[in-house]
Design a protein around this ligand. Structure first.
Ligand code: ATP
Length: 239
């Protein structure tokens, strides 16, 4: 238990990790709702460098980071923590939280997870250490279910974490509580978005600025339709 846990935390910091390959409206809805529903003062977006539990990422780190900057621009409660990208080694949540504990000793940390990420938590490196480092805030996700109470892992977690139901209870300590919160369901994923882009279609679920960036840098196999038709000898000018 951190030494500072004797006093009440000065503020609550949300920690939202992900591949963000690319960042989409599902991420933004989750992050925005977490701020208001949990009374979070500052939300750290933590883009993974090399995620441990998934295939290699598609866009280069510098592009994922720039897209995240565009998506969060002008929102003072959002901050990007790029340390996992800068370190260039495999990203694990426990060491990241240990670093953030040192960096923000007066704050409670709240690890924010969608349902799919939560279901994989039992396989994370040193996951048993999580309750000494952060609270856990869980929310449902369309297509993956949202029955956090019936999930076997949830009952396993209850032995480690103290279930709470209000933001006030969360704010009383630095770590070790678990809370569920409701988000507006947005049925999208980066996988779906990448597959649409690779097929030359504009997917729903992306901010306009992000789509423009993807188009400009031809990420995820995107090619402008006009260029594709020219390449195939098809006249798109109507003349
Ligand atoms: P991919 O399809 O490449 O796996 P993703 O869309 O699942 O990507 P991640 O960056 O892996 O996005 O997810 C980061 C976090 O955001 C996870 O906690 C995940 O549960 C959550 N999340 C992603 N999309 C949604 C969504 N549509 N609704 C709620 N939570 C989401």
């Amino acid at each position: 238990m951190p030494e500072e846990s004797r006093a009440t935390p000065a503020r609550m910091i949300g920690v939202f990790g992900g591949a963000f390959d690319p960042v989409h409206l599902g991420h933004l809805s989750l992050a925005t709702t977490a701020l208001s529903a949990l009374g979070i003062d500052l939300l750290l977006w933590v883009p993974a460098g090399k995620p441990a539990h998934r295939p290699p990422l598609v866009a280069e780190a510098r592009h994922r980071l720039t897209m995240l900057r565009l998506a969060t621009a002008g929102k003072p409660s959002f901050r990007i923590d790029a340390a996992e990208i800068i370190q260039r080694c495999t990203s694990y949540t426990v060491p990241t939280l240990q670093r953030l504990r040192q960096q923000y000793p007066d704050s409670a940390l709240v690890l924010i997870l969608g349902f799919d990420a939560f279901c994989g938590l039992g396989g994370w490196h040193q996951w048993e250490k999580l309750p000494q480092l952060a609270h856990l805030a869980l929310t449902g996700r369309p297509g993956y279910g949202n029955d956090l109470h019936n999930e076997p892992l949830r009952s396993q977690l209850d032995g480690f974490y103290k279930p709470v139901t209000s933001a006030e209870e969360l704010r009383r300590s630095y770590c070790g509580a678990v809370i569920n919160f409701a988000t507006r369901p947005i049925d999208t994923s980066a996988t779906y978005i990448r597959s649409m882009l690779a097929a030359g279609k504009e997917p729903a679920g992306l901010q306009t600025e992000i789509m423009s960036y993807i188009r400009r840098h031809r990420l995820y196999g995107w090619q402008d339709k006009a260029r594709m038709y020219v390449g195939q000898g098809i006249n798109t000018t109507g003349r």
